[in-house]
Design a protein around this ligand. Structure first.
Ligand code: ADP
Ligand code: MG
Length: 255
């Protein structure tokens, strides 16, 4: 699934938040959206998961205008993993994941054997099949976020949109989740606040500042120390990670 944003702008209460963003993600590519707080990352992602209609430009999936699709058709094209911390009190793990099957059912249709199989498969892929009957409230934050990932996988959409999916998770759970999403073979568009994780995991980064794209390309081409200082106001060291050899970014305050 190829994602293509052309000149996308978004307003909230008539205030321009995102301005003329061009962005592509090729099939199977991991594109990280980075930028300071309030730069418009979540707002831009909302135009891709259809919670906010762009005020200008177009969002295309394999050439088709996402905002022209019917809701069920759109749901089969792209799934969302929102920030950690959604409420799911009172629901079991299997019930939460089954929500991902809605777009595959006829209106008011009953759950089929294929739906149940998809739920089980999705839970197995995130390593949570042991917890199918557990209540969401009895899981750790990292486990809960993996269940929400399973819900997105059960949707069987080729594009996955993630909004700071590792927020509030401990480091082990953060890396487990990122390893997992990268192994799925899906097209990924993820807002990440950790530059080091963006550099280590993404094929390309798109940098937003005040609603505009100020940089895009392979992480090491874009995230130079001078650029990071300009956009984020911190000193940065960029080099190979001492443990993995992958791109690594360490930051320190300017003081
Ligand atoms: P980011 O995800 O990069 O932190 P957001 O897209 O959440 O940025 O926010 C961008 C700007 O839009 C901020 O100035 C924020 O205050 C504003 N904004 C976001 N959501 C709303 C909303 N629902 N109502 C009013 N303003 C909003
Ligand atoms: Mg945000």
């Amino acid at each position: 699934m190829r994602l293509d944003l052309a000149g996308v702008s978004a307003r909230i209460d008539a205030r321009p938040i995102v301005s003329e963003v061009d962005l592509t993600a090729e099939p199977g590519e991991f594109v990280a959206l980075v930028g300071p707080n309030g730069s418009g990352k979540s707002t831009l992602l909302r135009t891709v998961y259809r919670s906010l209609r762009p005020s200008g430009g177009v969002v295309r999936l394999d050439g088709a205008d996402l905002w022209e699709m019917r809701p069920r058709q759109a749901a089969r094209h792209r799934a969302v993993l929102p920030q950690h911390g959604q409420a799911a009190d009172g629901f079991s793990v299997a019930e939460v994941v089954a929500v991902g099957r809605h777009s595959h059912r006829k209106p008011l249709g009953r759950e089929t054997a294929a739906d149940r199989e998809a739920v089980t498969t999705a839970l197995r892929r995130v390593g949570m099949d042991w917890a199918a009957d557990r209540l969401m409230t009895t899981l750790s934050g990292g486990e809960r976020q993996r269940v929400f990932l399973a819900r997105a996988l059960a949707q069987e959409a080729p594009l996955l949109v993630l909004d700071e999916p590792t927020n509030h998770l401990d480091v082990g759970s953060q890396l487990l989740l990122l390893d997992l999403v990268r192994s799925l073979g899906l097209t990924l568009l993820a807002a990440l606040h950790d530059l080091d994780q963006a550099a280590a995991y993404a094929d390309r980064v798109v940098v937003l500042d005040q609603g505009r794209v100020v940089g895009h390309g392979p992480p090491l081409d874009v995230l130079t120390p001078a650029f990071i200082e300009e956009v984020f106001g911190v000193r940065a060291h960029v080099g190979p990670h001492p443990l993995t050899g992958r791109p690594h970014i360490a930051v320190a305050s300017l003081r």
